[in-house]
Design a protein around this ligand. Sequence first.
Ligand SMILES: [Zn+2]
Length: 298
Amino acid sequence: MMISLTFLVFIFGTIIGSFLNVVIDRADMKESPVKGHSFCIYCHKILTWWELIPVFSFFALKGKCSSCKHKLSWQYPLVEIGTGLSFVFLFWRFFRFPFINFALLQNITFESLFIFLTFCIWLYWVAVLIIVSVYDFKKYLILNEVLVPAIIFSFFWKIVLGFLVQKEFFHFIPYLIRFLGEKGFIFGYYSYFICMFSGIIFACGIISFLVWITKEKAMGWGDAILALFLGIILGWPEVLVAFIIAFLSGGVVALTLLFLRRKTMKSYLPFAPFLSFGALTVMFFGDIIVEKYLLLLF
Ligand SMILES: [Zn+2]
C-alpha cells in the first residue's frame, strides 16, 4: 500500500514539476502558464503528447527538441524529478505524524478533508520554493509574481489555523503544523501566535539586516521577501533550523566554488536556492533532525 502510494505521489510530483517548468519559462515571456499548448521555447513548435511525459520525454528525445534539435536544458528533468522526490518526502513526513493513518484517510470526514487540505497546501509551498529557487538560480531574480500571492495566502491560512488551534477545533492541529515533531520541545514551549510572529520577525529581520549592512552585495531585497515567506510558513523555531541549514550549505558551496576558482569574492551567488533548501529540509526531515541530531546537543 505504502509503496504503491509512494510511486503514485512521485508520478504526480513529476507532472506538477513539468508544470513548474512551464511557469518558470513563461515568467520571462510574460505569458500565462495555463493558456495555450506547450511549445518548444526555441522554435515554438507545439509539443505532441509523447513529448509532454515528465522525465521520460527528455531522455527519449535525447535532450533535444524533435523539430529544431536545439539542446534542451537539464532544468526540465531535474525540476520534474526534484518535485517528484519532494512530494514523496513530504508524503512520508505526513505519515510520520502519529495520528495519521490510512484508516483515518479512507473515510471521508471533515477531519480527513482538513488533513488532506493541509497536505495540499504543503505541496503548494514546495512548488513555490522550487519555482523561486530555479528562477533565482537562472536569473538572479526573485519571482515576486509567484511569491507575493503565496505570502498573502499563507499568512491568512496561518491566521485561520491559529484561531482553530485556540478554539481547540481539531485536537491534532497543534501537532500537524509542527515540522520539527514531538521533540521540538527542546526549543521551549510557546503559544501559536508567538511562534508565528517571532518566526516572521526573526526571518525577515535577519535577512533585511544583512541586505542593508552589505548594501545589497551579498543578498537582495528579494531574499528578504523570501525570508518573510519562510517565516510565515515555518514559524519559530522551524525557521531558525532552516536558516542554519541555509547558511551552512551556502557557505560550503561558496567556499567550494572559490576553491575551484569558478567564482571570485566579487561574484554573486543566488541565495534563494539555499533558503529553500533549508526550508525544505526542515519540512521533510525536521522531526528526524531534532530526534537524531539536535537532541544529542542538549
Ligand atoms: Zn524546437
